[in-house]
Design a protein around this ligand. Structure first.
Ligand code: NAD
Ligand code: MLT
Length: 526
């Protein structure tokens, strides 16, 4: 598979991609037309914040499976278009937050102490301190808009400077404010009125774009200082330029612009604004973290695995993902069984979680069941991203239920798949750390370790049935690895699972199906 690295990432990240046997093309700063022309050949693309991944792009990117965003913000990536095409978008939110927080503080100190202006004067041979009198941070009030990953790092660091920290973030719990010793402000207006310094750390959304603008500067303290190391436009550039010229805002530190990478903002020409060209994440550490993390994620996503930090999938931390790995495999295996054993169209699927798994976040496991269910019958690409959309489009009702209380197994996933006039069931469990087992199919109990090739048959519960299948497979040079037979009360039929070392061809399967006493025999790939 081919990966296009369209913006610079650390060499270590590129090595990870190459070591995973991917063909890696590093083509930085491609003109848009060229990018749109060549993207049809790639399975994955890695970008930072400059490349716009939008509908026009997706239309050309016919083979694309993964967009790797080497960084946090995904405002340059249209998510809906990706999700409907089953394209996984991954980012690296934890990897550069310390660097961004430190750059925020750098911009703040630099702007309130006129460090860049002083530097410029002295390099020009001018030992002149006039007009460069700064302020101290100690005792001042810092207003943080958005107390997420970076906002909270800025809070704790600036508390060490003796600042009082207040924040406005309507989407987090009071406990989070408490955890960081930050005073909660119910409204943005309250925050603006009380702050000596405002720093923004929200994503760029319709709600946050321009949230600090003319209205806010009208009620701000005279001499306010501002920092934007989040996204261009969260602080309106024209309004800020005006407020600086009017003396309402005394200084600003700005890392990001609305129209990046163009240098056409009215802020650039103002003496008391310190600008940097989106350097928040440009440290050796952050770039190493971001580059290696995005590379690992792209490799996993191309393998069809569930990925931490996939933006259009349920949010999973790496520890949660490790915890769920065996259940994801089990869910997918159980899902894959259905269409290989039954032919009736699915109308409804209930996924029951019992025991230990019932206490975990199971959304991703449900997706894995749906992925398994549909990938055996659909030609279109099915993955974690589009599995629930496919279910919805096919009119399949999906429900999850959690059953508490003791059962036969420490954990159990049971599928109840209903078609027009019957309900098929199958169940599985995880033993130990990662040993998965199919333990029930349509009421027949087993302890089957899934294997890539399996023969599943329903036969009369009488002597000689296993022997005749074994003989036929032997004649056809198909080795049987393991075998399990199960019977159930009040029926003359038994069910068997045979793990075989190679594929069972159509002709052999037909011969087995025509054997006396065999109700059905199917070859199943898991
Ligand atoms: P995050 O998701 O951890 O935190 C964002 C916070 O903003 C959340 O707590 C959320 O509740 C809050 N929020 C959302 N809408 C809000 C609103 N209308 N009002 C108030 N709060 C709101 O994100 P993060 O990782 O801390 O990143 C913050 C910003 O920094 C993002 O825009 C990201 O793209 C940017 N960033 C920039 C650089 C850089 O190089 N300059 C580097 C990394 C991240
Ligand atoms: C981010 O969102 O991670 C930053 O803007 C940094 C970057 O894009 O490199």
């Amino acid at each position: 598979m081919k990966v296009l690295v369209a913006e610079k990432i650390a060499q270590e990240g590129i090595d990870i991609l190459k070591n995973a046997n991917l063909i890696v093309d590093v083509q930085l700063n491609l003109p848009r037309e060229k990018l749109l022309e060549i993207i049809k050949d790639y399975d994955a693309i890695i970008v930072r914040s400059v490349t716009k991944i939008n509908e026009e792009f997706y239309e050309k990117a016919q083979k694309l499976k993964v967009v790797g965003r080497a960084g946090t913000g995904v405002d340059n990536i249209e998510m809906e278009g990706a999700t409907k095409r089953g394209i996984i978008v991954v980012n690296t939110p934890e990897a550069n937050n310390v660097s961004a927080a430190e750059h925020t503080i750098g911009l703040l100190l630099s702007s309130i102490r006129y460090i860049t202006q002083g530097n410029k004067r002295i390099k020009g041979g001018n030992w002149d301190r006039s007009g460069l009198k700064g302020i101290e941070l100690q005792g001042k009030t810092l207003g943080i808009v958005g107390l997420g990953r970076i906002g909270s790092l800025v809070a704790t660091r600036l508390q060490a400077f003796g600042m009082k920290v207040i924040a406005y973030d309507p989407y987090i719990t009071d406990a989070r404010f408490k955890k960081f010793g930050v005073e909660k402000k119910e409204t943005l207006e309250d925050l603006v009125r009380e702050s000596d310094i405002i720093t923004v750390h929200t994503p760029k959304t319709e709600e946050t774009f321009g949230m600090i603008g003319e209205e806010q500067f009208k009620i701000a303290k005279k001499g306010l200082r501002v920092v934007n190391c989040a996204r261009g436009g969260i602080i309106n550039e024209e309004a800020l330029a005006k407020a600086i010229k009017e003396g309402i805002v005394a200084s600003a530190g700005i890392d990001v612009l609305v129209d990046e990478p163009k240098c056409n903002s009215p802020l650039i020409e103002l003496e008391n604004v310190v600008n940097t060209p989106h350097l928040g994440a440009d440290t050796e550490e952050a770039q190493y973290n971001v580059g290696t993390m995005v590379a690992h994620e792209v490799v996993s996503a191309l393998k069809g695995e569930m990925v931490p930090n996939a933006v259009n999938l349920p949010t999973l931390q790496i520890t949660e993902l490790n915890d769920l790995k065996a259940y994801l495999k089990l869910g997918e295996t159980l899902g894959k069984l259905y269409h290989q054993l039954e032919k009736d169209p699915v109308e409804r699927i209930e996924i029951q979680y019992r025991g230990e798994i019932a206490d975990k976040e199971t959304t991703a496991v449900t997706l894995s069941v749906l992925k398994g269910l549909f990938e055996t019958i659909l030609k279109e690409r099915v993955n974690y991203v589009n599995a629930s959309l496919i279910a919805k489009n096919r009119g399949v009702e999906v429900t999850e239920s959690k059953i508490t209380g003791e059962g036969k197994y420490m954990n159990l996933i049971k599928l109840l798949i209903s078609s027009k006039d019957k309900t098929y069931t199958c169940s599985g469990t995880v033993f130990g750390k990662d040993e998965i087992r199919i333990v029930e199919v349509n009421g027949y109990e087993f302890d089957v370790m899934p294997s890539p090739y399996m023969l599943v048959a329903i036969n009369l519960d009488k002597p000689g049935m296993i022997g005749q299948i074994g003989t036929l497979l032997g004649v056809n040079k198909i080795n049987i690895a393991t075998m399990q037979v199960s019977r159930k009360k009040n029926t003359e039929w038994a069910m068997m699972f045979l793990a075989v070392d190679s594929e069972v061809c159509k002709e052999s399967l037909e011969l087995i199906n025509n054997m006396e006493g065999i109700l059905s025999a199917q070859f199943v790939k898991l």
